[in-house]
Design a protein around this ligand. Structure first.
Ligand code: ARG
Length: 579
């Protein structure tokens, strides 16, 4: 979409400065639509050209800007070239802008249009392993796991849309002393019926009870240790109980993930790697990286001076491994199995140090690919409660979002005409959760607010869905009107130009998101589309317009609708057609 113009301007620059045109592509950007009247469409940053060595970096930058601007010739595509402060502005021919931007939408409903951008050529493509969600069996699925789930899903969608092979992995907390407690506690507090009826709830109850018991009952603790040892030694009775806990938990989660529109290619977990973790300890030992601390634990020295002022414990004094040891083993195993080009872990920021240490040790072990591992940290969610109180299970949050949304929808009459209002309420409710979560920088904490996130007006997921549904309904009502061809000269009003200028930025926004893995750029971009569309509904009516004007306007609306839907899907939102 935007490529044609970027390419034309880059070619012009290449000719004038006698350099390869490709090099200019990243220095050009579409001008964000702030005010309604925006004359320039693209701008070229002179300082970027200086930094990249494409212009001499000495001398007055403004003189240089004006000098270059005056050497560039205007033509039938680029109608106006002018110097601003340190930038050169380009205005493209209006009719061509309309035509080139809306052309792709006439052919089919292909959602892949953004992929063709040459901007993405500079991105490295390959296999990306994204690990996200990763809850702990029998423990609470807290707000952090919800954040990890939706953020990881967004990153996986984005990477996939940019042409990577993506492996989506869930790394369950399915090993460790908690299973000793759970196993030992189950014989005392557990019940197979309840387990079948409501597995997550029941496992959690047992876990809470057994922990309470173990606080004052040493026998319980002892039984837990025995059970865990049996598990580590693969004794069949212990293993089969553990397996049952794991399987039913995964089944339950899969059900909830489906509601969220999230799936995983692989369900792995800490349990997969407890054997390999011992091998990792051996490797650390043979590389001379394993030291024994005063307490008798096995540690790796992370200090730069070698004085053990900063260490990471990888082995308990009783010879059992830890969370980090299993992560070391898991990372090495994943590299062998999937040969990823990059690996991304999504967890709350309290684990930043853990991942820092993980990558550090992997590098020290000679795994240079650890440089291509990344931790994406996020902040806390404050005050996530439902009417029933504090949130324990993900399902509670989804139920509440759906119930509240349904309640809001029941005020409107279109809801009564819907086939399945619950389903719509669910999808819209989830988009509200996602947009609230994605609006700010991921590292920031935020306050969870049901009322604010479910507002129909204002920058919410409901607003995105509402705009999409309204566009779809407009398109549906005019099914016979839309045609393969349309007359671009009928879309020259500023309202329409602003929308197209804004759409010029879509590939840049995706590009930027791929750089820093932050969803806020895309969220803000889509909200802006919705605001522009709201004005367009008022100012560019389809109903009552002549056939050719109606056709042109419909093309504009369906183009905007496709981009909106495409962007929403990348965020992990399923666009609804009616609401
Ligand atoms: N299960 C962990 C938790 O709930 C998150 C796992 C993160 N991933 C990892 N490879 N350590 O805190």
């Amino acid at each position: 979409m935007a490529c044609f113009f970027r390419r034309t301007i880059a070619a012009k620059l290449g000719r004038t400065l006698q350099q390869s045109e490709d090099a200019f592509i990243p220095a050009l950007s579409a001008v964000p639509v702030f005010k309604k009247q925006q004359t320039a469409d693209f701008k070229l940053s002179i300082s970027t050209l200086r930094i990249r060595g494409m212009l001499p970096s000495s001398g007055d930058i403004q003189l240089q800007t004006e000098g270059l601007a005056s050497r560039l010739e205007q033509d039938s595509v680029v109608e106006n070239i002018s110097a601003g402060r340190g930038v050169i502005n380009f205005k493209v021919n209006r009719k061509l802008l309309v035509q080139k931007m809306l052309e792709p939408f006439g052919k089919d409903e292909d959602e892949k249009f953004a992929l063709n951008s040459e901007l993405f050529n500079t991105l490295k493509r390959g296999t990306t392993l994204v690990e996200y969600s990763s809850p702990n069996i029998a423990k609470k699925f807290h707000a952090g796991h919800l954040r990890s789930t939706i953020i990881g899903n967004f990153i996986a969608n984005l990477k996939q849309c940019l042409g990577n092979d993506v492996i989506r992995m869930n790394y369950l907390g399915d090993w460790g002393m908690q299973f000793g407690l759970l196993g030992a506690g189950f014989s005392k507090f557990g019940c197979q019926e309840k387990l079948k009826e409501n597995p997550l709830q029941h496992l959690f109850e047992v876990y809470v009870q057994v922990n309470k018991e173990a606080e004052h009952n040493e026998d319980m603790m002892q039984a837990a240790r025995v059970f865990f040892r049996q598990l580590e030694q693969h004794e069949s009775e212990a293993v089969s109980l553990w397996q049952q806990f794991r399987e039913i938990t995964v089944d339950e989660y899969q059900h909830v993930y489906k509601r969220l529109g999230v799936h995983f290619d692989v369900y792995s977990g800490e349990s997969f790697h407890h054997h390999q973790a011992q091998e990792v300890v051996q490797q650390l030992h043979s590389r001379g990286l394993l030291k024994t601390s005063e307490k008798g634990t096995g540690v790796v020295d992370l200090s730069s001076t070698g004085d053990m002022s900063s260490v990471c414990t990888v082995l308990r004094s009783d010879g059992t491994t830890l969370y980090i040891t299993r992560d070391l083993a898991a990372a090495i195993d994943r590299k062998e199995k999937y040969n990823f080009d990059e690996m991304i872990y999504v967890t709350d920021k309290s684990q930043a140090n853990h991942f820092h240490q993980l990558f550090h040790i992997l590098l020290a072990m000679g795994h240079s690919w650890a440089d291509r591992c990344e931790h994406v940290p996020f902040g806390l969610v404050l005050g996530m409660n439902t009417r029933r109180g504090e949130v324990v299970f993900l399902e509670d949050v989804l139920d509440e979002a759906r119930a509240r949304m349904l309640h809001n929808m029941n005020q409107s009459k279109t809801t009564k005409e819907m086939d399945n209002p619950e389903d719509t309420a669910e999808k819209v409710g989830i988009s509200a959760l996602i947009v609230q979560d994605f609006r700010g920088a991921l590292q920031s904490d935020y306050r969870f607010d049901w009322d604010r996130m479910l507002q129909a007006q204002g920058d919410t997921g409901v607003f995105l869905q509402y705009t999409h549904a309204r566009l779809r309904s407009l398109i549906r009502r005019n099914e016979g009107v839309e045609a393969v061809t349309f007359d671009p000269s009928l879309l020259l009003e500023q309202t329409s130009i602003s929308i197209l200028q804004h759409l010029l930025r879509y590939d840049e926004v995706l590009y930027q998101s791929a750089q820093d893995l932050q969803p806020k750029h895309l969220v803000n971009f889509l909200l802006k589309i919705c605001h522009l569309i709201a004005s367009a509904h008022r100012e560019l009516p389809v109903k009552g317009s002549s056939q050719d004007v109606a056709q042109a306007r419909l093309r504009l609306f369906s183009g905007a609708c496709s981009v909106l839907a495409n962007g929403m899907r990348i965020l992990g939102i399923t666009p609804v057609d009616k609401m």
